[in-house]
Design a protein around this ligand. Structure first.
Ligand SMILES: [Mg+2]
Ligand SMILES: [Zn+2]
Length: 170
């Protein structure tokens, strides 16, 4: 049997794809601990927050070009019971406030709460967190970038999605 897509249908599909592409924006995916703020074991106290201005500056450069800004972070301290979701939010909000002062607005945060032994699909370098972002936003992945401090976690995840990776060291 010969199967043909009626022209009307394919032109409708094409129009939808074009609309989706024009809505898509590139994103800068940015790691938290060791990248945006000085790492501490299972950071959760806003008192311990120290923000790396040089990373925020790189993020700002992308945001100014129209990129989304997404935080992408493994926080196994949640499911280890070291801190609560509310405590994590408090720390994140303190970080976001500092970033706002430097002119950067974080559009959304994608967090993996799992311990390594839970074998979830979102603990970096697993792809789940970026997949969550892709389900929620129209993202132009061909122009998106990833900023992180660990090549084995962040770099690995960036490579899975063929994203440009910026390794920062402090
Ligand atoms: Mg890190
Ligand atoms: Zn997870």
């Amino acid at each position: 049997m010969i199967w043909k897509t009626p022209w009307k249908e394919s032109s409708r599909l094409l129009a939808r794809l074009k609309a989706e592409i024009s809505m898509a924006k590139p994103a800068v995916f940015v790691d938290r601990d060791g990248t945006l703020n000085r790492d501490c074991p299972y950071c959760s106290d806003p008192e311990d927050l120290y923000v790396f201005a040089d990373t925020v500056k790189i993020v700002k450069g992308y945001q100014d070009m129209g990129f989304y800004v997404f935080l992408i972070s493994n926080q196994s301290g949640l499911n280890r019971g070291y801190f609560t979701h509310e405590q994590m939010e408090e720390f994140n909000n303190a970080l976001f406030r500092e970033m706002e002062k430097m002119g950067v607005h974080v559009d959304d945060a994608f967090i993996c709460p799992h311990r390594p032994d839970e074998n979830c699909s979102c603990r970096k370098p697993e792809p789940g967190l970026i997949e969550q972002a892709l389900r929620k936003y129209h993202i132009d992945m061909t122009r998106s970038v990833y900023i992180g401090d660990r090549d084995d976690m962040d770099g690995e995840l960036a490579r899975r999605f063929h994203l440009k990776f910026i390794l920062v060291r402090h």
